[in-house]
Ligand binder design. Structure first.
Ligand SMILES: [Zn+2]
Length: 376
């Protein structure tokens, strides 16, 4: 897995290719290993033993699901820690993208694990609570409650979750604010708030996003973007984000994800009905069958991933088209894209298959060609 340190200083495009090749290999390895791990824990009877061990402490179903879920998650986290470290810390440092110390990385990782445990356990309790109540046809209420939870989380994200990892402050600079307000006006929308995020504390990469909805909807720009881009380029980035806002892209994406999740849960219910009796599990509501649920859901997730990515790329193209139209010249769009590629070490022209399967945004080369074609 460890690759040789590149000799000399390869050209940026080659470095970007190398960087993405490593991450792709790591992701594929991680997926294969997770798959193997789930099979082992199901077929060896380890999952059953874990549930029995939990039951030796207490029989309350909420308790059993909670403690099983906690132990299972910690086991997985521990097993995959070397992977997380290598891909999240070592590779980022090797390609000089990270500005984080090892201690800071570990602290962040701890916070991430804490938060995902909290949310994961909540979803798990909901999932098994509903299955116990509706042993057949549980997929529909589960999908309904999950969508409700996701909508609430999306609303809370910029004000509750993001501040756990970043410091956010309102964007300073009167001139820039004036420009951006004028831009929003031209776009026929309003900016509720523009915030600066201290990404530079962790990384040299740049980022911008539209987050939240209703009162929490806001544009968030990384300080690295503000430091490295000209006002015209920042305008281009904001115009793209406004394109998402005007086109209601967050809701459209959420709608597609609702459909694919509902379909996955429906197929998972059918799958479990057929497979659970083949194992010594007590029924679908037996939490010892959780690895089987994860296995089925991840395989279905893999099937739907290209569809979700294709739709996301479509929305990104729409936002891009919205963007140069609102700024003076496509020249700014192109220089923004070039800078983005350079700072984020993006692979400007990935293999078409890789782009089709895994890319949520069109490749930089396609985005530039598109802009040249449309905004001559
Ligand atoms: Zn976008």
């Amino acid at each position: 897995m460890m690759e040789e340190e590149p000799q000399g200083a390869p050209p940026p495009e080659q470095r970007a290719k190398q960087y993405h090749r490593i991450h792709l290999k790591l992701s594929l390895c991680r997926f294969a290993l997770s798959f193997a791990f789930l099979l082992v824990i199901i077929f060896s009877g380890a999952s059953l033993s874990l549930r029995q061990a939990v039951q030796s402490i207490g029989y309350n179903p909420w308790f059993v699901v909670g403690l099983y879920g906690l132990s299972f998650s910690l086991l997985v986290e521990l097993l995959f820690l070397p992977f997380s470290y290598y891909s999240g810390y070592a590779v980022e440092h090797r390609f000089r993208l990270s500005t984080q110390s090892r201690r800071a990385w570990l602290r962040e990782r701890g916070k991430g694990i804490g938060l995902s445990l909290l949310l994961g356990l909540l979803m798990l309790e909901v999932f098994y609570g509903i299955i116990r109540k509706y042993p057949r046809g549980w997929w529909l209420p589960v999908a309904g409650v999950f969508v409700f939870i996701f909508i609430i989380l999306a609303r809370l994200a910029p004000v509750v979750f993001l501040p756990i990892f970043f410091k956010l402050k309102e964007l300073e600079g009167e001139e820039l604010m004036r420009r951006l307000k004028a831009l929003a006006e031209r776009a026929g929308t309003e900016v509720r708030g523009i915030y600066e995020m201290d990404l530079s504390r962790k990384s040299k990469t740049v980022n911008a996003a539209l987050a939240g909805w209703g009162k929490t909807r806001r544009l968030i720009l990384s300080d690295t973007l503000l430091q490295n881009f000209t006002p015209e380029e920042i305008e281009t980035v904001i115009a793209h984000e406004l394109g998402h806002q005007v086109g209601h892209h967050t809701w459209k994406m959420m709608a597609l994800q609702t459909v694919t999740m509902g379909l996955s849960l429906f197929l998972c219910e059918r799958g479990l009905r057929k497979t659970i009796p083949l194992f010594p599990f007590q029924g679908v509501d037996d939490v010892a069958g959780l690895p089987l649920v994860i296995l089925i859901m991840s395989l279905l997730g893999l099937v739907f991933l290209p569809l979700i990515n294709a739709y996301s790329r479509h929305l990104e193209r729409r936002a891009d088209r919205f963007s140069p139209g609102n700024t003076e010249s496509p020249g700014f769009f192109i220089s923004t894209m070039e800078k983005l590629a350079e700072l984020n070490l993006a692979d400007k022209s990935p293999h078409p298959v890789v782009e089709f399967l895994f890319y949520s945004h069109p490749s930089i080369s396609k985005r530039i060609t598109d802009a040249k074609r449309i905004f001559k």
